[in-house]
Design a protein around this ligand. Sequence first.
Ligand SMILES: Nc1ncnc2c1ncn2[C@@H]1O[C@H](COP(=O)(O)OP(=O)(O)OP(=O)(O)O)[C@@H](O)[C@H]1O
Length: 272
Amino acid sequence: MPRTQIAPAAPPGDAATADLVRLRDVCIVHGRGDRATVAVEGVDLAIGRREFLCVIGPSGCGKSTMLKAIAGLLPAGTVQGSITIEGRSPEDARRANSFAYVFQEPVLAPWRTALENVRLPLEVARGRSPEQRRSPEELLELVGLAGAADKLPGQLSGGMRQRVSIARALTLHPSVLLMDEPFGALDEITRDHMHTELLSIWAATDASVVMVTHSLTEAVFMADRVLVMSPRPGRITAELAVEFERPRTHQLKSDLAFHQKVDELRAALEDA
Ligand SMILES: Nc1ncnc2c1ncn2[C@@H]1O[C@H](COP(=O)(O)OP(=O)(O)OP(=O)(O)O)[C@@H](O)[C@H]1O
């Protein structure tokens, strides 16, 4: 459960757009000539503020590619169409720290303690005003690691390391967290625990989340909306609203309605 509530950041000046993230007719091609691979095709997508969106699809369908495109991590010329975050290009949004990226494997500096890792973005901060910066101590408390502040990454479990990386991602108060299979490397018990942890953390911030996952139950448990992608070239072939009330607890996973929603998602994936 969240130990700390984070006050909302002031909306950025250029936030006239109702949608936080907007993709228009996005097509993504890796490589050139004979080696060109069309990874994603014809994606139109609008992501709202405070929305929890999951993206699911067969292996290699372009989920990570789409997330990287939103984060401006792909080489120039790879992405066609338009992507904006708070009305800015991905590059400008990155400079403004409008989003943070969480990888499957937490990328922590091994010689820095948990607290020092969470503090790292503040040492190189640009773009966010002082009011929009979050206290590393408060964030460690939020992710339930106040007692592990002085531990090095090598002294933490996989789930704890991922919580440190989530706390670090929140340091500059991003408007959106982009998460690429953040729990993919964790065992099932830890993963289960992280589901409720992340929902609590998310509820205590005002960020939107875009999370790529391979797990049907994870998607249905976490999301407000699940996007289904077709095999490569990835297109969005279905969109499922998940309207279970929040806060969600593990009890939900035993409900018949939950299993029906998972079945619905499975059918959408098979039709994709
Ligand atoms: N840098 C790259 N250069 C060339 N091809 C790439 C590159 N990155 C990804 N691809 C190709 O683009 C396609 C989509 O890859 P991507 O990693 O986005 O899929 P994914 O849906 O995230 O897969 P997975 O679920 O297995 O992680 C794949 O065919 C992959 O081989």
